[in-house]
Design a binder for this molecule. Structure first.
Ligand code: KG4
Ligand code: ZN
Length: 344
């Protein structure tokens, strides 16, 4: 059994956690930066990096204290090394390196996306490789076949925006503030999902990918027309996302098989109607279904510690000269999707 300290700082959440390879979460601490970014309607990278630098060290101390552990008890230090906003990533990675060096412990440089991808295994001991993963976050929207630790085959990605980004932009248009996902979901509960006609980009297309940019523009037009209630726009938008995700997943299962287990991860996986739809897809295809609890879907350090634990068990550690990566695909062999440069 090993004990891993996890550090996360790739976007606007500063987090530290202590997790064992036996799936015990001894502590997890998280500090959001909503107040700092709220006036700008989105995350400002420079502000994020400074906030991480201020809060991370006390947060790590608090995580150790809550767990009743010291750095000596830890077997390895796992820090997010990318992808993400590079200033924040560097704060977390350099802190992880300093602690590893001072305590004489190995460093594990974790791909944030692998943190999301493996997080369902932290809560479900019966989730074996391979499994089919829908990874839906603020920056990514992908379907992957997870074949093992560090082994991913990307089956689909977005050719423009990620699903979470579309939620955030819709929230901005509707004046709901940031982060948008939970706010759009709450407003959508009061609206009619059939009220506003919105496109389902790439639905039933032969290429396997996602697209949400056209949907976002349609939301802008619907709002500007002045003909619709905000709750109806929110509900109709959310339904369009549900329909797009379902269609692309069905295609992935059809083209590549089901793996017998459907898994969802990433911040958008906290969305109720999306989870309900996924449960149905899994049922229709005789697949088991695993979704982490909401707090483990959005960014946190327990998933980074867990990915660290999985890598540590596999004998995978990194040297102290590991360089932070703004981009870091899980499947580097995947073909570039049409149009996708930045976000795939
Ligand atoms: O995984 P995550 O916390 O950070 C990234 O790695 O990007 O995902 C954040 C994204 C944001 O776009 C946020 O609006 C979205 O997840 N999100 C949701 C919900 N909760 C968070 N989207 C829809 N419904 C939610 N309940
Ligand atoms: Zn994330």
């Amino acid at each position: 059994m090993s004990l891993i300290l996890g550090i996360e700082s790739s976007c606007d959440e500063t987090a530290a956690a202590l997790v064992t390879s036996d799936r015990e979460i001894l502590s997890h601490k998280l500090a959001g930066q909503e107040a700092e970014h709220a006036p700008f309607g989105g995350v400002v990278p420079e502000i994020a990096a400074r906030a991480h630098a201020e809060i991370l060290t006390p947060l790590i101390a608090a995580a150790l204290e809550e767990a009743g552990k010291s750095l000596d008890d830890v077997d390895a230090i796992a820090a997010t090394a990318g992808p993400g906003l590079i200033g924040g990533v560097m704060v977390g990675l350099v802190t992880g390196k300093a602690l590893a060096m001072a305590a004489g412990k190995p460093l594990i440089a974790v791909n944030h996306l692998e943190g999301h991808a493996l997080s369902p295994r932290l809560v479900n001991p019966d989730l074996d490789f391979p499994y089919l993963l829908l990874l839906v976050s603020g920056g990514h929207c992908q379907i992957l076949r997870v074949e093992g630790v560090g082994q991913y085959r990307r089956l689909a990605t977005t050719i423009d925006d990620a699903a979470g980004e579309a939620f955030d932009k819709t929230a901005k248009i509707l004046g709901l503030g940031y982060p948008g996902g939970p706010k759009v979901e709450a407003l959508a509960r009061e609206g009619d999902p059939g009220a506003v006609r919105l496109p389902r980009p790439l639905i039933r297309s032969r290429e396997p990918h996602f697209s949400f940019a056209g949907l976002k523009s349609a939301v802008v037009r619907a709002y500007q027309s002045g003909e619709h209630k905000p709750e109806d726009i929110a509900a109709s938008f959310q339904q369009a996302v549900v329909d797009c995700l379902r269609d692309r997943l069905e295609k992935a299962v059809q083209d590549h098989g089901s793996c017998g287990h459907l898994v969802v991860a990433g911040g958008v996986a906290a969305n109720g109607p999306i989870r309900t739809m996924l449960e149905r897809v899994a049922e229709d295809h005789d697949m088991a279904f695993t979704a982490p609890p909401n707090w483990l879907c959005t960014d946190n350090a327990a998933m980074i510690a867990w990915a660290g634990a999985e890598r540590h068990e596999a004998g995978l550690t990194d040297s102290l000269d590991f360089v932070a990566r703004p981009r870091w695909p899980l499947d580097p062999t995947a073909e570039k999707a049409r149009g996708a440069g930045v976000k795939a």
